[in-house]
Write a protein that binds this ligand. Structure first.
Ligand SMILES: Cc1ncc(C[n+]2csc(CCOP(=O)(O)OP(=O)(O)O)c2C)c(N)n1
Length: 633
């Protein structure tokens, strides 16, 4: 007979249940929660190391604070799996990141415990401050607000804007700095060095202990004298700590560093901090991947691994050993090095995504010309503007959805300066499991209105190489090349470079009943649909526009002269992109055709596989096939 031992975790459905557990049992709860995350993510892949690193913090926070009345705000939200499991979602957790399942990030539509929908980094301090000020205005003096932010996310300007404003507001806000000395890749920059220094610095710790020793002495003298010297004492403390602590200098009370894996100590510290009003920061030291050795040892890989064996950590690879086409990201990374070796003006820039974007290839081969600037998209773009103003040619690799952060910099610091910067817009289109926060569907629309910006999107890996080759020619100005997440289709992608004239599209297939005008790699779905239609004796023409701006007007004149039915196809919002551009052209030139625009509708698309989402939006192969037939018949 087998007996199953009931876990304490089985008794916890919501944080109120957790509060019934004795403090002595919290270590066991943490160990069970950690095991649960390992088991779940091993067979249903998602973010991993970050959630393991905050298990103790998660338990301590829900133990001490009265969530959801108190506001708990997670930064980025990729570390919130433990939070999800403790807040009523353990049973559904196997649906994490799947179509119609749980979101991989905190989401306000999913749970009242998710106070803010996230996915992009560094929003937590500002959002939490907003909540704390709202509580103040509502007269809810007992309502507490906590933001949990990683050392990587803390490198963004937005985080500092929040800190700066919080100090000015004197709001009741606790910021927990979850410092694991890692972003996805190793964290970089002055702040990272500072945090390392503060953790290990003898100067800082000496100043701190001198202050406390001083205070201890004062506390032993008689009460009257003590009152008099209290002010002096506070003054000394303030001066000494402010001189040596960045957060104290910003008017935050700084506590720590503390061991973020000692759950009992965390509980005590949080209980104490709950009683202290005003802005305060608790510096916790944690280890990314804590409790799963392979994840502790290779933290970048285990940020978001595929399926793995939960006991051994062995990665479960697909059994298909046939050669695979590369990811677009890989083609970008290799091609950039190839170009940079010949063109010494080229500089590579990534805001905190060296591995994800493959800029790490250049960082390894030509380190002095490749920069990881931290989670700082705005800075990345203006930094590129500065480099370009001095004659360099920056290739700025930024994910489409993160580029949203740097809109003004794109306009003001690059396009308006009339300098040469190449934007390699990665993860363009629907990205899949990361969902609404990460879909790169707005770039065509938000870029198309910017004067002099060239906007291109390759159909395949060879075209990506050729567009990169074209963009680094003399005086190309600001040049955006966007490509999707994931694999292309061409194994033999390393072909000799070819110049692709700016503003020129091409005909992929002739036909006479209807024309499909596509841009980007999604054109391959159209090609598949047209293959099927051809077998059924339909005659459909296919044009790859290549450039959204300048758009190929000559090509469009010839299309409108010939066709009465047109489908535009883009893996992007239909508001303002290719479809809109084609309609504008039609109206301005007095043509008439029946146009169906395929792309992302004007609504939020959640998570799922890319294919599931293309289907939902009507532009997978079948969707395109049916749209064509509907229009013709
Ligand atoms: C604006 C933005 N840029 C980039 C990312 C991609 N990203 C997700 S998590 C992460 C690292 C965050 O590091 P940290 O805050 O230290 O958390 P950790 O993973 O170390 O726990 C990055 C760069 C993002 N989510 N948002």
């Amino acid at each position: 007979m087998t007996t199953t031992v009931k876990k304490i975790l089985d008794t916890i459905h919501i944080p109120a249940d957790l509060k019934k557990i004795s403090e002595d049992d919290l270590i066991t709860v943490c160990s069970e929660l950690r095991q649960e995350i390992i088991e779940q993510v091993s067979c249903n892949p998602g973010h991993f190391g970050a959630s393991l690193g905050v298990v103790e913090l998660t338990v301590a926070l829900h133990y001490v604070f009265d969530t959801p009345y108190d506001n708990l705000v997670w930064d980025v939200g990729h570390q919130a799996y433990g939070h999800k499991i403790l807040t009523g979602r353990r049973e559904q957790f196997h649906t994490n990141r799947k179509y119609k399942g749980l979101s991989g990030f905190p989401n306000r539509n999913e749970s009242k415990y998710d106070t803010f929908t996230v996915g992009h980094s560094s929003t937590s301090i500002s959002a939490a401050l907003g909540m704390a000020v709202a509580a103040q205005l509502n007269g809810e003096a007992n309502k507490k607000t906590v933001a949990v932010i990683g050392d990587g996310a803390m490198t963004a300007g937005l985080a500092f804007e929040g800190l700066n404003n919080a100090a000015a507001n004197n709001a009741d806000l606790l910021v927990i700095l979850n410092d694991n000395n890692m972003s996805i890749d190793p964290n970089v920059g002055g702040l990272n060095n500072y945090l390392l220094d503060i953790t290990t610095s003898q100067t800082y710790n000496k100043v701190k202990s001198d202050v406390w020793r001083l205070l201890g002495k004062f506390n032993r003298i008689n009460p009257n004298t003590r009152r008099i010297v209290q002010k002096v004492e506070n003054g000394i403390k303030t001066i000494l700590l402010k001189q040596s602590n960045l957060f104290e200098a910003l008017n935050f009370r700084y506590f720590g560093p503390v061991d973020g894996h000692d759950v009992n100590h965390l509980v005590q510290v949080l209980k104490d901090l709950k009683k202290i009003p005003g802005p305060k920061l608790l510096h916790c030291i944690t280890k990314k991947g804590k409790g799963f050795k392979p994840a502790e040892l290779n933290q970048t890989y285990w940020h978001a691994p595929g399926k793995f064996n939960k006991d051994t950590g062995e990665i479960l690879k697909s059994k298909n050993t046939a050669p695979q086409p590369p990811k677009f990201q890989h083609v970008f990374g290799e091609t950039l090095v190839e170009l940079a070796e010949k063109n010494d003006k080229i500089i590579g820039i990534t805001p905190a995504m060296p591995t994800g974007s493959s800029l790490n290839i250049m960082m390894e081969k030509i380190p002095h010309r490749a920069f990881d600037v931290g989670i700082a998209e705005q800075h990345a773009v203006t930094f590129a503007g500065g480099l370009a103003a001095q004659g360099k040619l920056p290739f700025c690799a930024i994910y489409s959805s993160f580029m949203q952060r740097a809109y003004d910099q794109l306009i003001h610091d690059v396009a308006l300066q009339n300098v040469n910067v190449v934007f390699c817009i990665d993860r363009g289109g629907l990205v899949g499991a990361d969902g609404a926060t990460h879909h790169g569907v707005f770039d065509f629309s938000y870029m198309r209105c910017i004067p002099n910006l060239t906007i291109a999107a390759p159909l395949n890996e060879i075209e990506l190489r050729n567009l990169m080759f074209t963009a680094q020619q003399e005086n190309m100005g600001a040049f955006s090349i966007r490509y999707p997440r994931g694999q292309g289709r061409i194994i033999d992608w390393k072909q000799p470079f070819e110049l692709l004239p700016v503003g020129k599209g091409r005909q992929l297939r002739d036909g006479n009943q209807l024309a499909v005008l596509s841009i980007g790699a999604i054109g391959m779905e159209a090609a598949d649909a047209i293959d099927l239609l051809e077998q059924e004796n339909y005659s459909v023409a296919h044009y790859d526009m290549r450039y959204l701006k300048p758009i190929d007007e000559e090509l469009l004149h010839s299309v409108f002269k010939k066709f009465k039915y047109i489908i535009t196809l883009e893996d992007a919002s239909i508001v303002g992109g290719l479809g809109t551009a084609v309609q504008e052209f039609m109206c301005e030139n007095g043509y008439y055709a029946k146009i169906k625009r395929l792309g992302v509708p004007d609504s939020w698309v959640e998570h799922g596989t890319q294919q599931e989402l293309y289907k939902e939006c009507g532009y997978d192969k079948e969707g395109i096939y049916h749209s064509i037939i509907e229009l013709i018949d």
